[in-house]
Design a protein around this ligand. Sequence first.
Ligand code: GDP
Ligand code: PGA
Ligand code: MN
Ligand code: MN
Length: 607
Amino acid sequence: MTATDAPATTGTSHAKLQAWVDEVAALTTPDRIEWVTGSDEEWTALTNKLVEAGTFVRLDENKKPNSFYAASDPSDVARVEDRTYICSVDEKDCGPTNNWMDPEKMKDLMRGLYKGCMKGRTMYVIPFVMGHLEAEKPMFGVEITDSEYVVASMRVMARVGDKVKARIEELGDDAKYVPALHSVGAPLEDGQADVKWPCNPEKYIVQFPEERTIWSFGSGYGGNALLGKKCYSLRIASVMARDDGWLAEHMLILKLISPEQQVYYVAAAFPSACGKTNLAMLKPTIPGWKVETLGDDIAWMRFGKDGRLYAVNPEFGFFGVAPGTNEHTNPNAMSTINKGNSVFTNVALTDDGDIWWEGLENTPAHATSWKGEDWTPDSKELSSHPNSRYCTPIEQCDILADEYNDPNGVPISAILFGGRRKTTVPLVTEARDWLHGTFMGATLSSETTAAATGAVGVVRRDPMAMLPFIGYNAGDYFNHWVNLGKDADATKLPKIFYVNWFRRDDEGGFLWPGFGENSRVLKWVIERIEGKAAAIETPIGHVPTPESLDTDGLDMSDADLEQALSVDAEEWKAEIPQIEEWFAKFGDNLPTQLQVELDGLKARLGL
Ligand code: GDP
Ligand code: PGA
Ligand code: MN
Ligand code: MN
């Protein structure tokens, strides 16, 4: 069947949107076109189709109602940073940290790949909105995809369907939406049987920042294929934010309530697989303190009329790292997923129709690994991929803050930057001011994780935990941070802190117990804001005195605590050449203020 006679089940009265859909259909030649409505019947039909295709296995209704297990192709398990491009018109706008190709050249290349790529498949059109439909300027997108797995996952992760489409139509030409095209790149010849996880060895994840469009090809994995998430809400949104004076950041948002019922909102940026989802749903170990969740991965932050910085979470679900999640580390995530309506990818499937992963309670005697192999506790291989994920509706979270539904967001009191560092970086450090905090963020470093393909455990600079997500020149991005601080009322800006839950002892174990115990650090942060907690001034910033950190009931030796908090001048001196090498990448685009911060740090270290 050719594109022109491919019948559309429905269409749209929005002429421009319909024209784009027609154009994509003509290029990709799907057998069918379906507009995603968001209805329950649609979910049933989609998941049934996925079960029939073998992509989904339905889990036991009593254990995980309305939930599904999926195992990807072993080559398609994470974001592909080396295949991710920012195709700005001018190469210098992409900057030294992104891959670049001339946009027209990239489009020619990708049109070649897209040509006929949906043959034998259904093309789905997903109208979605990141953030609230009721927002002053709703942030629309329309994803076209040929993957049922993507449609099911998008329904969990974003607000999608008829209501969104109707609003786009109502706004007509005033409706700004990001067109986002996705294909797994696996056309089916007549009579050709499908595979469980169609994908293509050739992958491209491409953002066109000036046009604000996204083209993705070859992968079905979340970060590469659910285009509302990283591609739109971070890469494209960071460009919009630069132009319009706000911030699109890789941050969780949490609400902290003190024993005195004081409420504080905290945002925190850690690289992928470095603890955002866990901190967002933290169960404090210290008495009287309470945490509620607003978001676990992305924060859009704008200055309010009162001069404070307000954050909203544009997402609708959690796409969380499964391994390590359990009743102790993250009881709130467990309760969220146990309510069902979830998709689990690349975990293990138990013989009784449930899922399991490394670190979860009740280790099964036998399971099927993510690779489809027999697995027992004696197996040498892991049952689950280290980047296996649960995809679950945020509204099922017991501790979801009511303010999640407020399109205006919540005023942020503190921003935490953090990463995985075995050495050097203390448990928590307070920045002197916004500029110093921007320096901390710009020089943030972390060991690489399984969330992206490539080597794991290599220390790299990951500015504001945004290295893979800044949609433009990172030097300009630093300038944007510096300028926002310059133009703001300094007394109303969030205070900035740098945390590291991952420092190791001499035997290689974590010094700090982490998870719920991180509430002790949050308490210190709040008490610093309130002017109540003591700190020691060090060359890198203010760190807690051992007495100022609440250690009541903490199972940790004084020596370990001291080591976790210590600032070792020699370690920091060794860090300086790496920071200099990093800053040198940006040439004239590096804000002079950050160079001054570095010079100050060097002077304080006696260099
Ligand atoms: P995200 O990808 O940034 O959202 O990170 P997650 O919260 O999903 O955590 C990634 C991994 O780090 C999981 O395996 C967690 O169990 C682990 N993790 C999270 N928080 C902590 C912590 O405070 N201490 C330690 N040691 N591990 C943590
Ligand atoms: P994460 O989200 O930050 O929770 O790992 C997915 C990703 O960044 O790839
Ligand atoms: Mn992320
Ligand atoms: Mn996460």
